[in-house]
Design a protein around this ligand. Structure first.
Ligand code: DGI
Ligand code: FE
Ligand code: FE
Length: 194
């Protein structure tokens, strides 16, 4: 509790392989940059980015158990792909082990993988930074980085499109909030004349 930012970073780093820590550093840098560019709080973006994948390398059963022990977290994520579970688990860890109380930061962590229907500016920025941090490499990542130069919403739609296509190819189900997130972003883009 009440650790300095450096102590928090050490604690998170200790829970993952070096490669995932480098990803976390990339998300921090990118999220702060996007926050400044698109009008979110850079300190909140930094905090959410540090913690967003803290549980990624926990055994999946421990991730699921952590979610089950906290009924206020969205239990329905456990009915979908296990890749989603590290996000709600990280909220419990951020709050209970590292003393994070800011609901905006906790929500940005919670929805960093799935997105949600009415994404806040902070949600969008953390989710997009996770897609485009400099270490990321997947088909279309260059295109999404280009779009991120002028529209956070359009870039996120492109990110969700690639994730949804990937899930379809694998024959997997899609968590409904991802579909709602994409629909919501498309409506926002339309209403601002994009
Ligand atoms: O934890 P990271 O690897 O940094 O990235 P992430 O938290 O965005 O996790 C992405 C993975 O989650 C990606 O491989 C796709 C998978 N996934 C499984 N089901 C869903 C999903 N992603 C979304 N957005 N929606 C799903 O329903
Ligand atoms: Fe993640
Ligand atoms: Fe990540």
């Amino acid at each position: 509790m009440n650790r300095t930012r450096e102590q928090l970073m050490e604690a998170v780093k200790a829970q993952m392989p070096e490669r995932r820590w480098q990803h976390t550093l990339g998300v921090m840098e990118t999220a702060v940059k996007l926050a400044k560019q698109y009008g979110a709080d850079p300190a909140k973006a930094d905090m959410a980015a540090i913690l967003h994948d803290v549980c990624k390398f926990w055994p999946v059963e421990k991730q699921a158990e952590t979610v089950r022990l906290n009924p206020e977290l969205p239990q329905d994520m456990l009915d979908y792909d296990k890749e989603l579970w590290h996000a709600p688990a990280a909220v419990a860890v951020a709050r209970d082990e590292y003393g994070v109380t800011d609901p905006e930061v906790l929500d940005a962590i919670l929805y960093h993988t799935s997105g949600r229907e009415r994404m806040t500016q902070l949600d969008k920025i953390v989710c997009l930074a996770d897609y485009i941090e400099p270490g990321r490499d997947f088909p279309n990542v260059h295109k999404i980085r280009e779009i991120a130069e002028y529209s956070v919403e359009k870039a996120l739609v492109a990110g969700f499109d690639s994730t949804i296509s990937f899930l379809l190819q694998q024959g997997k189900r899609i968590y409904p909030l991802t579909v709602l997130a994409r629909n919501g972003l498309l409506i926002e883009i339309k209403s601002t004349g994009g």
